[in-house]
Design a protein. Structure first.
Length: 277
């Protein structure tokens, strides 16, 4: 399956997006009167959660070694959450707000996950990297990727477009609230955003071209940063190939990376990942 997924990287890139669509098919569904968790396609690296109750503030926690906490914003429709910690047992919990920062558990389910391959969680859209076949971000990604000789050419083209056409929104950065989610098409339309917007847009564009891409949140020393890691056939996973140093975005040259290995970009091995989306 991995070779099949990578075959389009063997020659010049086609100007046609390969957007995967999450599906709640109901073949592995769990829940109660308030919550439904659809894990039918957990092997593809995601679960879908739907809340049917009346509470206004809902949290979803997904744990496998690392605990990821999300706001569940939709009502009576599914949202997509990634399974990014590899094979094994995941705990999925849904909480309702009681008051203030206090929450009560509304549902809990453990699922065993065997991924089809290591790339699938980083090819599908999810809550933090939200796009579909109709997204303008996908159309622009197609245009930028047309004629690229290889995946690195696509990465470079998309990176250059984003950093050349977007400006950093300092006002938004000063006022952004907890729980903020990027809107990739809005970022394109306004041509500005915070680092989360930049990272989400670039990740969506790269995934649309079938390039496995991680949006990573973590630390460099004491500073909280975002960066992007991609899988390239000749080098393997290249960590923080596109990274944000607190002021600027940068693109590393991955040519030094050993074939099939794992390299660190950003010229700095002190990048410590906390969450991958």
């Amino acid at each position: 399956m991995v070779l099949a997924a990578l075959c389009l990287w063997c020659g010049p890139m086609a100007a046609s997006a390969m957007v995967r669509t999450p599906i709640a098919s109901g073949t592995a569904s769990y829940g109660n009167t308030k919550v439904t968790v659809d894990a039918s396609n957990a092997s593809q690296g995601y679960v879908m959660v739907k809340y049917k109750g009346s509470n206004n503030k809902i949290k979803v926690q997904i744990t496998k070694g690392v605990t990821y906490t999300y706001d569940l914003n939709a009502r009576d429709s599914y949202e997509v959450f990634p399974l990014t910690e590899g094979d094994g047992s995941y705990s999925i919990k849904v909480f309702e707000n009681i008051s203030g920062n206090q929450y009560s558990q509304a549902f809990s389910q453990s699922i065993n996950v065997t991924l089809e391959n290591e790339f699938t969680p980083f090819l599908y859209p999810n809550q933090y990297v939200n796009f579909n076949q109709s997204s303008n971000a996908v159309a622009v990604s197609d245009q930028l990727s047309a004629g690229a000789a290889d995946p690195m050419g696509v990465v470079t083209s998309i990176y250059n477009y984003v950093v050349d056409n977007l400006t950093y929104d300092y006002e938004k950065a000063a006022t952004v609230q907890s729980g903020y989610l990027p809107n990739v098409d809005l970022t394109l339309a306004t041509q500005k955003g915070i680092c989360f917007d930049y990272a989400s847009l670039m990740t969506a564009m790269l995934r649309a071209q079938d390039i496995p891409t991680k949006l990573v949140i973590g630390y460099t020393g004491q500073l909280y940063h975002a960066w992007i890691s991609v899988y390239l056939p000749e080098q393997g996973w290249i960590d923080n190939i596109i990274y944000f140093d607190g002021q600027n975005w940068s693109l590393m040259d991955p040519t030094f990376a050993s074939s099939g290995g794992r390299a660190h970009g950003g010229g700095d091995s002190s990048y410590q990942a906390k969450y991958s989306y």
